[in-house]
Write a protein that binds this ligand. Structure first.
Ligand SMILES: Cc1ncc(COP(=O)(O)O)c(C=O)c1O
Length: 384
């Protein structure tokens, strides 16, 4: 089994040491972790809160998560048996896939999609079944897409809404259709909701596990990384049936035993504390989104739909005549702007590049000037 090298790493390597670049490749918020969360972390350290915790996480934190899931996601999750605190969403994804997917099992994966989905399925010796997403459909996964590939060997459907890298947000009616297929075919759903709080006005996030008969067949994965700008704290959580959570908690003992104790106190403060910081970040992302997307579209060579969620733009670059890797290289060398080739996220990402607008307005303005200047020197393939 070969786990492909991340295409994001390739562009990091290319950018290393090059002066005066503007960076759009990083998938993490540029904001500071909120002060009250930092204070809670320092307090925890000072109090000597540096010992092992239960495998599934602090009881108090699981209770706070249970309340959050109820109020924000419409999910009922027993804090004692249906919630597990994890070392970021990625630890939740690993445990979910490695504890449920057997060799030869098929797993439906959106393409383009977050790179770890396919890597983890391969690690479990499962078979990734890629479902191409389409720009005309704002890169949403539809029930028809899933119906086309589901069969007796399908073990799991992975959903990622809002999506990295496309910014697509699933509609409730699509989720209903996918849920029905999961029920009819007795398939699990792994729902990665890491970007649940970065959803732009006019769009709405839905948790598929809240639909009838989905509670026990869905593993819902959440993260503190993006919502509270605390990627380096490495904390997230998941909820699922008692059986699955029990199984994964057992497995966790042999991975990381438990999540960093201080990070758990930080997460508790994030959930229990004021939520203005989340709203403020969204306001700022909204401003950046307008500026970046409008600026890209003004080039008339690069075209971009407005993402419904996340801090990613996924513009179409086919008019340039370059494939996505060449375009990312050209942007780096000619415009001094770093973006990730769409193909790094799957075959269907060809023709696109990903810009992460987790960077400030000044950088976005400067980058747009540079990209506009570079594009003015290109001859578009089709009339703009
Ligand atoms: C879709 C998706 N899932 C999971 C993760 C991992 O996040 P975490 O920092 O919570 O492990 C990321 C990180 O970029 C992501 O984009």
């Amino acid at each position: 089994m070969t786990i492909p090298r991340s295409g994001i790493r390739e562009i990091f390597d290319l950018a290393r040491g090059v002066p005066d670049l503007i960076h759009f490749e990083l998938g993490e918020p540029d904001f500071q972790m909120p002060d009250h969360v930092t204070d809670a972390s320092i307090q925890a350290l000072k109090e000597g809160f540096t010992k092992y915790t239960p495998n599934a996480g602090l009881e108090e934190l699981r209770e706070a998560i249970s309340e959050k899931l109820k109020h924000e996601n419409g999910l009922d999750a027993d804090p004692h048996s249906e919630i597990m605190v994890t070392a970021g969403a990625v630890n939740a994804l690993s445990l979910s896939i490695l504890s449920t997917v057997n060799p030869g099992d098929e797993v439906v994966i959106p393409d383009p999609g977050y790179v770890s989905f396919a890597a983890l399925v391969l690690l479990a010796e499962g078979v990734p079944v890629y479902v191409p997403l389409h720009e005309e459909n704002d890169f949403r996964l539809t029930a028809d897409d899933v119906e086309n590939v589901i069969n007796k060997k399908t073990r799991m459907i992975i959903i990622n809404s809002p999506s990295n890298p496309t910014g697509g947000v699933e509609l409730q009616e699509d989720l209903k259709g996918i849920a029905q297929l999961a029920i009819d075919n007795d398939v699990l759903v792994l729902s990665d909701e890491s970007y649940e709080r970065i959803v732009y006005p006019g769009n709405q996030h839905f948790s598929i596990a809240g639909l009838p008969e989905m509670h026990d067949r869905t593993i819902s994965v959440f993260s503190f990384s993006k919502t509270y700008a605390m990627t380096g704290m490495r904390i997230g959580y998941m909820t699922g049936s008692t059986t699955l959570i029990r199984q994964m908690t057992k497995l966790q003992e042999h991975y990381v035993s438990c999540v960093n104790a201080v990070a758990q106190k930080a997460a508790l403060a994030a959930l229990r504390g004021p939520q203005d910081c989340v709203a403020e970040m969204l306001v700022e992302y909204t401003r950046r989104r307008e500026l970046l997307i409008d600026g890209l579209n003004e080039t008339r060579v690069i075209t971009c739909r407005k993402p419904a969620g996340t801090f990613y733009a996924f513009p179409n670059i086919t008019k340039t005549g370059y494939d996505s890797k060449t375009m990312a290289q050209k942007l780096l060398t000619e415009a001094k702007v770093v973006a990730v080739p769409g193909v790094a996220f799957g075959k269907s990402g060809e023709g696109y590049v990903r810009f992460s607008f987790a960077t400030n307005i000044d950088n976005i303005k400067k980058a747009i000037d540079r990209i506009r200047d570079y594009c003015s020197r290109l001859t578009p393939l089709t009339p703009a």
